[in-house]
Design a protein around this ligand. Structure first.
Ligand SMILES: Nc1ncnc2c1ncn2[C@@H]1O[C@H](COP(=O)(O)OP(=O)(O)OP(=O)(O)O)[C@@H](O)[C@H]1O
Ligand SMILES: [Mg+2]
Length: 370
């Protein structure tokens, strides 16, 4: 299959919001949101599957699919990555490119405004490129339709001319692997989902994987941390590598300033003190997480309360509430999503040390009516 490159594209900018592995600049990709600290520090990003810790099942399967594709000298099938923020979707996409020895291109759906933005990328990729689209649930319909043909036939439908003389031509493009990442799988259209051959759902990391990630990051950042401190920190990192890396840096700050230069090592005492100062509790909840639970309890009698209403009450966008805060609260068994809305669990009352009022149902079964 030929690689058609429109004239004049060579050496030019690669269009809006896209960057390749060599000049990877997350600032271009996520121009609309401020960058988390660890996104800026690329040294912590695992480069290959071996360094990518945890997510054992997902990783093992992926390793097999990569080896098989390489043996057949084909591009890897399109890959769909689903999971809450900070669990390693972008990292894994980069790792896949590295394992395949392929180029890596990265963009996000909101940066793809017009078909020509997408066409500009797809006509300039090299064979077997791993093309990563973040937040794929935000892709516009026109771009989605263009992707269907690109994903299935490695061709682009391109309209030339205008009005009655307009016609469509098909432009062949190199075979590539689309990696689509989303925090909201339910918002991705089913025709698009069905075109991904491999689907990976990330789960929050286990305690021992979190400990390993913390030790690895500490090694790279040349921070000394003992096992007990790593274990404590892992427990408060919400099963999320991004949070672990962020907390590790904060603990380094505390160790350095509070412990004095001679004591710049992270001990369990430093972690305890640091977490208290950051108002992070033993479950890894921050003040804001507790606030969400407290509002449901105090204003909505524990729920159910609709997501929109709750978002307004806590002063947050629904998306942020659903993508960032809720998954961990649900995972921790503190919050439930029900058809009627969000409800706190008994565990939430216990955790916040708030006495649970007797509900009407209970009153009834307690014999008030009988
Ligand atoms: N499996 C892993 N092992 C070690 N470190 C990891 C792993 N996964 C992620 N990390 C670290 O966590 C950071 C966040 O990961 P990443 O940016 O890939 O998350 P993401 O899922 O793409 O998040 P978002 O949805 O916000 O884009 C990375 O910079 C990396 O250092
Ligand atoms: Mg990402």
């Amino acid at each position: 299959m030929g690689n058609v490159k429109p004239k004049g594209h060579e050496g030019k900018s690669q269009g809006p919001g896209v960057s390749s592995r060599k000049d990877y600049d997350p600032g271009v990709v996520h121009a609309e949101k401020s960058l988390p600290e660890d996104e800026r520090d690329r040294s912590l990003r695992p480069q290959n599957l071996k360094e990518f810790l945890g997510q054992a099942v997902l990783k093992e399967n992926l390793g097999i699919f990569i080896a098989a594709a390489q043996e057949r000298k084909e591009s890897l099938d399109h890959l769909f990555l689903i999971g809450p923020p900070g669990l390693g979707k972008t990292t894994l996409a980069q790792v896949v490119a590295h394992e395949l020895g392929a180029d890596f291109k990265v963009t996000s759906a909101p940066a793809l405004d017009k078909p020509k933005d997408l066409a500009g990328i797809l006509t300039t990729i090299t064979d077997k490129t791993v093309f990563f689209i973040d937040e794929i649930h935000r892709l516009k319909p026109a771009m989605e339709e263009m992707l269907y043909i690109a994903m299935e036939d490695y061709e682009l439908d391109w309209i030339i001319g205008q009005g009655p003389s307009a016609r469509t031509i098909r432009i062949p493009i190199p075979s590539f692997t689309l990696v689509g990442a989303t925090t909201k799988a339910g918002n991705v259209s089913s025709p698009l989902v069905s075109r991904f051959g491999i689907s990976c759902r990330f789960s929050f990391y286990e305690q021992e994987d979190m400990e390993a990630i913390i030790r690895r990051s500490a090694g790279i950042l040349k921070i000394s941390i003992d096992d007990e401190a790593a274990s404590l920190l892992a427990k408060s990192s919400r099963g999320t590598p991004r949070v672990a890396n962020r907390l590790l840096r904060r603990m380094r700050d505390f160790a350095q300033v509070l412990g004095g230069p001679a004591l710049a090592s992270i001990t369990p005492e430093v972690v305890q003190e640091g977490l208290t100062r950051l108002e992070i509790d033993p479950l890894g909840l921050e003040q804001y997480d507790r606030e969400i639970l407290r509002i449901i309890i105090e204003r909505y009698r524990g729920g159910p309360v609709g997501a929109e209403t709750l978002a307004i009450s806590v002063g947050e966008a629904v998306d942020t509430l659903e993508d960032y805060y809720e998954p961990y609260l649900i995972q921790s068994g503190l919050l439930q999503r029900t058809p009627r809305g969000r409800m706190v669990t008994d565990r939430a009352y216990e955790h916040l040390k708030i006495a649970k009022p007797l509900t009407q149902d209970k009153d009834e079964t307690n014999g008030f009516l009988f």
